[in-house]
Design a protein around this ligand. Structure first.
Ligand SMILES: NC(=O)c1ccc[n+]([C@@H]2O[C@H](COP(=O)([O-])OP(=O)(O)OC[C@H]3O[C@@H](n4cnc5c(N)ncnc54)[C@H](O)[C@@H]3O)[C@@H](O)[C@H]2O)c1
Length: 367
């Protein structure tokens, strides 16, 4: 078995809870060579907990003769880190959102093609066993689709990582934090061709690009399986001071509608993420647990009726963990040349839709 020498950029929440332990558990496929993080506390914790050497900068980590890199860094750093890794000839896994602007994603595609390397985006839901199974049991067609609904209530990670081994501290230099803030501002301006008002900026970067992007990607996969073309954004609202993001997309020229809402509920220890597809004679529903709860199955149900008799199938295709499976997929794409499941092309399509929703919100501000 070919073992890939891999590094992880940033000892972030996602890296400490998922990528570092998962890469170590997949020791037959990966050798985790090191982690880079600007926080001395995080570096000491990672080495003490997992025995993995740490480096202060991504450059020092990438000097360690790696085959591949996993990027779990703040969103505004993705563009420069992916490009730097490709320039060194590394295969790249990067967390979502790949970038805020489709132009930046185009830069990445060009760099990937020049380097002939794999770039995989961290849409782990595409590896969820229930999601994969849903694609094979869709109880309708493009002709019978009427409505797609996405509803998420999300308190962020605190209730779901308290039992995990994590340590964070605020010892990142202010200069580095300020640089990241400035990069974010410039990238969003590049995405829209102009600066955004504060609420729209917050909604686009947080509710839409950080959260709803998962559901946009997952729904795109379901619509692809039905042969439904990309829809037209017709509405977008950012509300609750930016803690809520909503969007409406017309599908099939108005035959069907897709609505989506993500709401942060910071003080409620409950997470629900539901994607429902309504056909004229059936409903398919996926109910995802908090992503940080490994091996907790996503509930897949299909409702159908025979006259007055309703039947509900509760389908559980196994306990494989999406975050682990996405790393197996990354390995298989590099070593076996299997197709990359989440391409930058998909990320560009997702960001385009989220930009469309934000533009709809901006229109309502003018009225
Ligand atoms: N796939 C998923 O479900 C999922 C879940 C959570 C996060 N993510 C993604 O993972 C990435 C990391 O997110 P997170 O919430 O785990 O990160 P985090 O905020 O927990 O960690 C950020 C890391 O970068 C460093 N850092 C913090 N502030 C910084 C700054 N201003 N400038 C530079 N470095 C800074 C810190 O040392 C820390 O290790 C993001 O792209 C996020 O969207 C994905």
């Amino acid at each position: 078995m070919t073992k890939l020498r891999v590094g992880v950029i940033r000892a972030s929440t996602i890296s400490q809870v998922e990528h570092i332990p998962n890469l170590l558990a997949l020791g037959d496929l990966f050798e985790l060579v090191g982690v880079a993080d600007p926080s001395a506390t995080a570096r000491e914790f990672v080495t003490a907990t997992w025995g993995v050497p740490c480096h202060e900068t991504p450059d020092r980590l990438m000097d360690q003769k790696l085959d591949a890199i996993v990027i779990g860094a703040p969103d505004p750093l993705h563009h420069e880190l992916v490009i730097a890794a490709l320039a060194r000839g590394l295969h790249v896994f990067c967390e979502k959102p790949l970038c805020y602007s489709p132009d930046e994603i185009a830069d990445i595609m060009a760099a990937r093609d020049r380097a002939s390397r794999v770039v995989q985006v961290g849409y782990m839901k595409r590896f969820d066993p229930s999601y994969r199974h849903a694609l094979t049991v869709l109880p309708g067609t493009a002709e019978t689709l009427r409505y797609v609904s996405v509803e998420v209530n999300d308190p962020d990670s605190w209730p779901f990582i308290a039992h995990s081994r994590t340590k964070f501290s605020n010892d990142v230099a202010d200069a580095l934090k300020n640089e990241t803030v400035e990069k974010k501002r410039a990238q969003v301006e590049r995405a829209f061709g102009k600066p955004l008002p504060k609420l729209a900026f917050h909604g686009y970067t947080a509710a839409y690009s950080s959260s709803l992007v998962h559901d946009v990607n997952a729904v795109h996969g379901l619509l692809d399986a039905l042969g439904v073309p990309d829809g037209e954004p017709v509405g977008g609202q950012i509300f609750a001071g930016g803690a809520g993001g909503q969007g409406t997309v017309r599908l099939l020229g108005g035959q069907a509608l897709w609505t989506m809402t993500h709401l942060t509920v910071p003080k409620l220890a409950d997470y629900k993420e539901r994607i429902s597809l309504y056909f004229d004679d059936a409903i398919l529903e996926l109910e995802f647990p908090s992503p940080y709860l490994n091996h907790q199955p996503t509930r897949l149900t299909v409702k159908k009726s025979d006259g007055h008799t309703l039947s509900v199938s509760d389908i559980r295709p196994g306990y494989k963990e999406a975050f682990v499976e996405e790393m197996r997929g990354f390995w298989a794409a590099i070593v076996k040349g299997e197709p990359v499941v989440n391409l930058p092309e998909h990320a560009a399509r997702d960001q385009k839709l989220l930009i469309g929703l934000t533009r709809k919100f901006l229109e309502t501000l003018k009225e």
